[in-house]
Design a protein around this ligand. Structure first.
Ligand code: NDP
Ligand code: 13P
Length: 608
């Protein structure tokens, strides 16, 4: 029996009026590629919490609609399809976009994730993979509430660096820095931030008015000056790779813009008129030994100003200036063209940063002599590693006593002068009380091969440098005596344990000592005969007399051991290795007895 026929369904009478001609014409008109893309994006659902706009809300970054009613409100001319461009006229069968119009989707990356195209910042995964016809349709008109959550704008690291660097530049720059400080800082920050982005203008931000053209002009390099780190920058001796072949045109291994050497870029002096003279942070190095010369080269490569390399021996300075080489301490290493050896204290007068690179035991005397010639606000960067004999004072304490009120910084870490001078990769730490000062100085000294980390822990950084020299002597002695690599490794570990105990007792941070100036420097100096302290210990181990073991070279550990032990006792910290070294250096203990005493110590927990 045939099934009973269902009664025919009655259709509700159409309520809408037939569209007018103009509206029909608009619906049929081909869409631009941009428009199709925008609509396709609007249709795709987003993951909650990642900037999902409320229904009907305009996509962030979409062009604002004119006249309130939107662009659709006005009459528009239909554009003819571009000849030969598939889908230019709204081809519904575009490849890769089933049944939909718009641009084909970006290729899928591994794991089903889609490569983000252009400025799209959308979640990837199921939402994107679902078919267009399955996606919920969103009304395209109506009120435009603000999105509940906006995508977070990722702030480039350069922004932060630039802020710190500029604050430091003000600290280092001579003259009345207070005038116009705010404006200069903001302008500079904007400038460096824009440069650090490097790929074009900042994305539009509705909350900020557009920047006047006048400001953007500041981003262009000044006439006659090659942009810092430009691809054809001629490297000078001391510029990393160029150290091996002075004068060659070599492309830098890494754009200088990436590191914070931006600090060295001259800025208009605070309070000065726009476009007038510039201020460069002039660096001076006090001490023309191996480390002072290597650092002078590094500083000259890291910033644009001249670097004065002060030597106490004026004749040696003249020789170095003439030969463009410090033949006594760093033979075969050309001086950077902007390094100026000098024996005149007056030449230090303009420096905003003065690196003190003389033996620790001479720091008080040298600084006392030169202090009147220095700018009172010059940052004193202590590069000597040691504790003063007699006073048992740390180098920062010595400097603070001689130059009260002067800003201080400490540079330390695993770094043989010869390695740095040859452009071999090296990393050190620079500490200053103000983070901005530390960051900017680190930027000035950093280069393609020298990486300077910054820290706020002056005491930790200086203890690492001073104590490792003492402990390296012990390691050298064990090796010199032929006690084997196991003994050396045990000694390094136990030395590090007492270094940490001591540092903590002095108020330093453990993390600092676990870094470059601490563990890093101890490992270097305890494992290489290139270290003068290790070599000193090695000679002791072979039976040399403590008075001759230095071989005419500077072994800071031998001069620091007694002070370190005295300070440790004052703080109630056990440092058996350091005590053994102090006794060996003083000639009150034989090496075999020292080793036997260390091995006889009562057993204890490793972390006690
Ligand atoms: N070499 C290295 O690899 C590193 C060294 N350091 C530290 O840097 C400091 C200096 O070491 P480094 O450069 O190697 O030493 P050097 O022995 O190579 O040079 C010492 C320099 O200090 C000068 N000097 C010595 N006594 C005085 C004084 N009373 N007044 C003025 N100048 C003086 C010497 O001048 P003159 O020639 O006239 O005697 C020489 O220029 C040390 O504390 C060391 O621990 C830190 C990191 C690495
Ligand atoms: O401090 C140094 C390396 O970091 C240099 O060590 P020496 O003074 O033992 O040669």
């Amino acid at each position: 029996m045939p099934a009973p026929l269902a009664p025919p369904r009655r259709r509700a009478p159409a309520r809408r009026r037939p569209p007018r001609l103009a509206v029909l014409a608009r619906r049929l008109r081909p869409h631009s590629a941009r428009q199709r893309q925008r609509r396709a994006v609007a249709r795709e659902p987003r993951a909650p919490g990642l900037g999902q706009p409320a229904a009907g809300a305009p996509r962030r970054g979409a062009r604002p609609r004119r006249g309130g009613a939107g662009r659709d409100a006005g009459p528009r001319r239909a554009r003819p399809p571009l000849p030969g461009v598939a889908g230019a006229a709204g081809d519904a069968r575009r490849p890769g976009r089933p049944g939909g119009r718009g641009l084909p989707p970006a290729p899928l990356a591994a794991g089903g994730r889609r490569a983000v195209r252009g400025d799209e910042r959308r979640p990837v995964g199921d939402a994107v993979l679902s078919r267009p016809q399955d996606r919920p349709r969103e009304p395209r008109r109506g009120p435009c509430p603000r999105p509940a959550l906006r995508p977070r704008r990722v702030r480039p690291v350069g922004d932060r660096d630039a802020g710190g660097i500029l604050r430091l530049r003000r600290l280092l720059a001579p003259g009345p820095a207070a005038a116009g400080r705010g404006r200069a800082g903001r302008r500079g920050r904007d400038r460096l931030a824009a440069r650090s982005r490097g790929l074009g203008p900042r994305p539009r931000d509705a909350r900020r008015p557009p920047r006047p053209r006048r400001r953007l002009r500041a981003l262009r390099p000044r006439r006659g000056r090659r942009p810092h780190g430009g691809p054809q920058r001629r490297l000078a001796p001391g510029d990393g790779a160029a150290r091996h072949g002075a004068g060659r045109h070599v492309r830098p291994s890494r754009p200088v813009r990436e590191r914070s050497a931006a600090a060295a870029r001259p800025l208009p002096p605070a309070g000065a008129g726009r476009g007038r003279g510039v201020v460069t942070v002039t660096v001076a190095v006090v001490g023309g030994g191996a480390w002072g010369t290597a650092l002078a080269n590094a500083a000259a490569a890291g910033q644009e100003g001249e670097v004065v390399l002060w030597m106490r021996d004026a004749a040696a300075a003249r020789d170095a200036a003439r030969a463009r080489e410090n033949a006594r301490y760093l033979p075969g290493v050309p001086l950077h063209p902007r390094v100026r050896p000098s024996g005149e204290a007056g030449d230090l007068a303009g420096a905003g940063a003065v690196l003190l690179v003389v033996p620790a035991q001479t720091l008080r005397g040298v600084l006392g002599t030169l202090r009147p010639a220095l700018r009172p606000d010059a940052t004193l960067v202590i590069c000597a590693k040691g504790i003063e004999r007699g006073s048992d004072a740390f180098m920062t304490e010595v400097a603070a006593a001689v130059a009260p009120g002067a800003p201080l910084a400490v540079l330390s870490g695993p770094s043989f002068a010869a390695d740095v001078a040859r452009g071999l990769p090296t990393a050190v730490t620079l500490a200053a009380a103000e983070p901005a000062r530390a960051a900017a100085l680190a930027g000035i000294l950093s280069g393609p091969a020298l990486r300077v980390y910054h820290s706020g822990d002056l005491r930790g950084v200086e203890i690492g440098g001073a104590a490792k020299n003492v402990l390296a002597i012990a390691c050298g002695a064990v090796v010199g005596r032929g006690l084997g690599e196991s003994a050396r490794a045990a000694l390094v570990a136990r030395s590090f344990a007492e270094l940490m105990r001591f540092a903590r007792a002095c108020g330093a941070r453990s993390e600092t000592l676990m870094g470059l100036s601490g563990l890093g420097d101890l490992v270097l100096s305890a494992s290489s005969a290139q270290s003068r302290n290790f070599a000193f210990g090695e000679r002791l181990g072979r039976g040399a007399d403590p008075g001759e073991a230095a071989g005419g070279k500077l072994a800071e550990g031998a001069l620091t051991a007694a002070g370190l032990v005295a300070l440790a006792r004052r703080h109630g910290v056990e440092m058996p290795v350091a005590e053994a070294v102090a006794a060996l250096v003083a000639g009150t203990l034989r090496l075999d007895d020292a080793i036997a005493a260390l091995m006889r110590r009562p057993l204890r927990g490793e972390d006690e």
